[in-house]
Write a protein that binds this ligand. Structure first.
Ligand SMILES: *Cc1c(COP(=O)(O)O)cnc(C)c1O
Length: 248
């Protein structure tokens, strides 16, 4: 009689990562793109630090968390400060990918994220700008756009973003690099395609209207639809469950 696998057993993270990287490369080549243009952000929300370490050991550098407090607890407080896991060459690069409540702006800033994907309203942009300015630092950001118009989704509507951009792009301490979206969930990845296309067209228009800003980044694509996202121009894919298994 064989023992059933423990529910808490760590999934084969190195193998899963390898498989995801192969799929990213194949999707890029099919689209006539260079796989090196695409950054894989491994989404570790709800998972323990040991999962981050396993991915680091497998060469992964970019990690995503959607809650600032969890990000801080894991990537700032819990991260080993000495030993191999803290070596310069394997320091994790943290991306904040979820909505930030105003009262969580400070802790989000304290995480020193390499990129905040989820600037979804002017208020949080102003708060983060003030924090960066007070600190003499710069924060790299993306604007989250709700292209589906779904009520439950965060993000600017395309119209709101257009209206707010003159102010947002002038905020000191913030450097914008492009757009992010989360389409309505549907297990069929093809359902996401029109939303990805809509985000890319919006980006292309904004790049013509504001040619002095960087609009190079499109953060689109998750575990079930990253191949479609790459076909439609993703430069960043945010992949959780395909690497770390289901979240509880
Ligand atoms: C959780 C999350 C992901 C990853 O989702 P998977 O389906 O597990 O790949 C990507 N983006 C955001 C904003 C998330 O919150």
């Amino acid at each position: 009689m064989s023992t059933p696998p423990s529910v808490s057993a760590m999934p084969p993270i190195a193998e899963n990562l390898q498989r995801v990287r192969e799929r990213i490369a194949a999707a890029a080549l099919r689209a006539g793109r260079d796989p090196a243009e695409i950054t894989l952000v491994a989404v570790t929300k709800t998972h323990p630090w040991s999962y981050v370490e396993a991915a680091l050991a497998a060469g992964q550098r970019d990690f995503g968390e959607n809650r600032p407090e969890e990000a801080h607890a894991k990537f700032v407080s819990e991260r080993p400060q000495s030993g191999t896991a803290a070596a310069e060459w394997e320091r994790p690069r943290l991306h904040i990918i979820g909505p930030i409540q105003s009262r969580k702006a400070k802790i989000a800033y304290a995480c020193r994220p390499v990129l905040i994907h989820s600037i979804d309203r002017p208020k949080i942009a102003r708060k983060l700008s003030a924090l960066a300015q007070a600190d003499g630092g710069l924060l790299d950001i993306l604007f989250e756009v709700n292209v589906s118009g779904e009520e439950s989704k965060h993000g600017f509507s395309p119209e709101e973003l257009r209206q707010a951009l003159p102010e947002l792009l002038a905020l000191p301490g913030l450097v914008s690099h492009g757009l992010m979206t989360i389409p309505p969930f549907d297990p069929d990845p093809e359902t996401a395609r029109p939303y990805f296309v809509a985000l890319r067209s919006l980006r292309d228009e904004l790049a013509r209207e504001y040619p002095d800003c960087d609009w190079s980044q499109l953060s689109i694509g998750m575990s079930h639809d990253f191949e479609v996202a790459i076909a439609e121009g993703a430069t960043i894919v945010r992949v959780g469950s395909a690497i770390f298994g289901p979240r509880t």
